[in-house]
Write a protein that binds this ligand. Structure first.
Ligand code: 5RP
Length: 236
């Protein structure tokens, strides 16, 4: 199976968690796009759901696929969010934000009773950090924010280069919220919850790509088939 087929297989399995009448968070990225397309097929067959997209790209995909949409202004909670991830560890902590949608993705996941992550099995790692950690920042005061980030990384016992993400036009990549993203090349994050708290305390940081304790279930598709992993009880 190709990587795209694996992603689609994981997305198809996530449909098993969808029930009639549900309010759904719709993730961003190539794997989440498969889910939106498959959900659209079900909607055309009569499934009644309403979705909140986590990015403008996903909004356009969902509209194209005929999935009815709302916002977290009109409703205040979701039953289920289905989203991809860049890395997943055995405690089901995640790195997200490779596609630049981490802020809306985290708001939507936090408003959901359940977050199901769909992925091919290449994203499963023993320790988070090989994938550069995205941090969404306010453009104002970037130098000071970078300095504070470096201090937080040192305090957490990690270190590495911090780079400002660039868009296809060669300028700073701008998120749907009008912010910038820096990617921190840390290699290894031994204590993700501690690093997450340190990053959240920095004024210029809008949000970071560590998703701690949000994913309840991960559906991994690999050459041997599907593996469903639920978060171990009591683990953050
Ligand atoms: O966090 C994300 C976007 O901000 C994506 O879920 C993540 O980057 C995975 O994307 P893909 O499914 O394309 O590998």
């Amino acid at each position: 199976m190709s990587k795209e087929e694996l992603k689609r297989a994981a997305a198809a399995q996530a449909l098993a968690y969808v029930e009639n009448g549900m309010q759904l968070g719709l993730g961003t990225g190539s794997t989440a796009k498969h889910f939106v397309e498959l959900l659209g097929e079900r909607v055309r067959d009569g499934l009644r759901v309403i979705g909140v997209p986590t990015s403008e790209v996903t909004r356009a995909d969902a509209e194209r696929c005929g999935v009815p949409l709302t916002t977290l202004d009109e409703i205040d909670h979701l039953d289920l969010t289905v989203d991809g991830a860049d890395e997943i560890d055995p405690s089901l902590n995640l790195i997200k934000g490779g596609g630049g949608a981490l802020l809306r993705e985290k708001i939507v996941a936090a408003a959901s009773a359940r977050m199901v992550v769909i992925s091919d099995d290449s994203k499963w790692v023993d320790t988070l950090g090989r994938f550069p950690l995205p941090v969404e920042v306010i453009p104002f005061g970037l130098g000071a924010t970078r300095h504070a980030l470096a201090a937080a990384f040192a305090q957490a016992g990690v270190g590495g280069e911090i780079s400002l993400r660039q868009g296809k036009d060669g300028h700073a990549f701008v998120t749907d919220g009008g912010h910038w993203i820096v990617d921190a090349h840390l290699g290894r994050i031994p204590d993700p919850p501690r690093l997450a708290s340190l990053l959240s305390a920095i004024p210029g940081v809008v949000e970071h790509g560590l998703f701690i304790g949000l994913a309840k279930t991960v559906i991994l598709a690999g050459s041997q088939g599907l593996r469903i992993v639920d978060r171990p009880a009591g683990r953050v």
